[in-house]
Write a protein that binds this ligand. Sequence first.
Ligand code: FES
Length: 120
Amino acid sequence: MTLLTACSKSSDLSPIATPGSVDFTLDLTTSANAALKNSGGYIINSNVVVARTSQGTYVAGSHICTHEARTKVVFLNNEFYCTEHGARFTTAGVGLNSYASAGLSVYKTELSGNSLRIYS
Ligand code: FES
């Protein structure tokens, strides 16, 4: 993909620091988390967007946008995307357009059987 080539100001693209307060585990066998069985599927839990990428890996990022702090970040086209004004972030939290220049907090994921831990 060539998602970063449109922006020339790399100094604006650094992710913001990840808060140290996220740590929860999802049971992937429950219906509430069924979306995570599908590539591109996501759920929102504790203001965190947890998603399954098209590669089958799990990623997690803040549901709260860094543009104007709206809780409207979702997962779309293998990116974190804010439905308010259209900020786009990579799965690593790097901003892909001007609305996203502050980056997005992302979290670690760890799959163990059907348990998916999200933590910072
Ligand atoms: S609040 Fe997310 S793009 Fe503006």
